[in-house]
Design a protein around this ligand. Sequence first.
Ligand SMILES: *[C@@H]1O[C@H](CO)[C@@H](O)[C@H](O)[C@H]1NC(C)=O
Ligand SMILES: *[C@@H]1O[C@H](CO)[C@@H](O)[C@H](O)[C@H]1NC(C)=O
Length: 443
Amino acid sequence: MALPVVLLLLCFSVRVESNLFLSDRIVKLPGQPQVGFQQYSGYVTVDEKNQRALFYYFAEAETDPASKPLVLWLNGGPGCSSLGVGAFSENGPFRPSREVLVKNQYSWNREANMLYLETPIGVGFSYSTDTSSYEAVNDKITARDNLVFLQKWFVKFSQYRNRSLFVTGESYAGHYVPQLAELMLEFNKKQKLFNLKGIAMGNPVLEFATDFNSRAEFFWSHGLISDTTYKMFTSFCNYSRYVSEYYRGSVSPICSKVMGQVSRETSRFVDKYDVTLDVCISSVLSQSKALSPQQVADNIDVCVEDETVNYLNRMCRWLSMHAFILDYELLDLEIPTIPIVGRLIKAGIPVLVYSGDQDSVIPLTGSRTLVHQLAKELGLKTSVPYRVWFEGQQVGGWTQVYGNILSFATIRGASHEAPFSQPERSFVLFKAFLEGQPLPEAF
Ligand SMILES: *[C@@H]1O[C@H](CO)[C@@H](O)[C@H](O)[C@H]1NC(C)=O
Ligand SMILES: *[C@@H]1O[C@H](CO)[C@@H](O)[C@H](O)[C@H]1NC(C)=O
């Protein structure tokens, strides 16, 4: 008689543990079309004492989720919502269209189980009950909270515990992604929990001066500023100096003059996140009221599409929760994360850096230079020479791979939020990255 009882108990305890995730299951999002995959969302408490909790949205793979990897996606900002921007404007399964959600044909959950994390606290639905935490938040706290989040998320979703894991993100996630990946590798020394297979970063902030100072040449070569202004912007006051002064609260007269001229010529009617894209006039005009003339538009979060804002506003009311706006200490911005990327490569983690080639905020030229320099420092030889790659019968962009481990790629015609403006090309890039394959060389 004893054996069946033990078996029953065993089954029961296994079931209890593996069913924890069911309470986070989303039956259906408002206005959502019928789909064949599961979605989950909820909170994971990352600090009991200070009551900090991070919000996630998880879309399982469209088909056969058990055989597909787990991909964590982080938006940047700091202050950009991975739910509003990543999941509902870029690479998630749905996009808002007026009152309903429509299927995104190039959703990344065709190839992976996609986990969108709102981080740090203060972003989107992630919060702390101790409001002073919002002012103290920085890269170090963010990385630690993200690590604890994943540890605890794996308790809920134990079926994903040893799954191939990729950490991906965009923009300021050029800080979040490598910082989290490094903590994972450290944690693995004590207990092998994270089956980390690679990281990918789109238009990432990796090294402040190189990334920000490539803006001048990008503006100039795309005809956004004159020869005279280009000279001033590269000699009297470059962009990294201006940003440093700005965040320290004292912009020098020369930088003020140069930036004034740059802003006048580039015009607020050009989207700096995609210099070829038309702007949403109503949102440009409403933003200008909030901005003082001296402020440049890049300090505010213009990355959320209007339709998503409308949809999420309704969703916020529906969930009766508040959305927070983040006030992040930006001094961490100046600390380069490229050395961390180097250490990850030395530990055998494949790295992809990709750039939407119409973005002037973190231009491709800065990212390409940084990747090339890193390859040289690590002694990695070119394994795929600089060449075009194809999506359909058109050039999707250019790529170069070093030592079969460090890849750079551009996405042609793409903005700072590449999967938003070039979903199909971004999807091809994502699939090749997961498979560890070079980008298509022919069509
Ligand atoms: C985790 O997966 C790897 C293969 O990726 C396998 O070698 C290892 O045994 C697995 N570990 C556990 C605890 O299941
Ligand atoms: C930017 O300006 C700073 C301060 O004047 C200077 O130290 C730095 O070398 C400049 N960088 C570039 C790329 O011009």
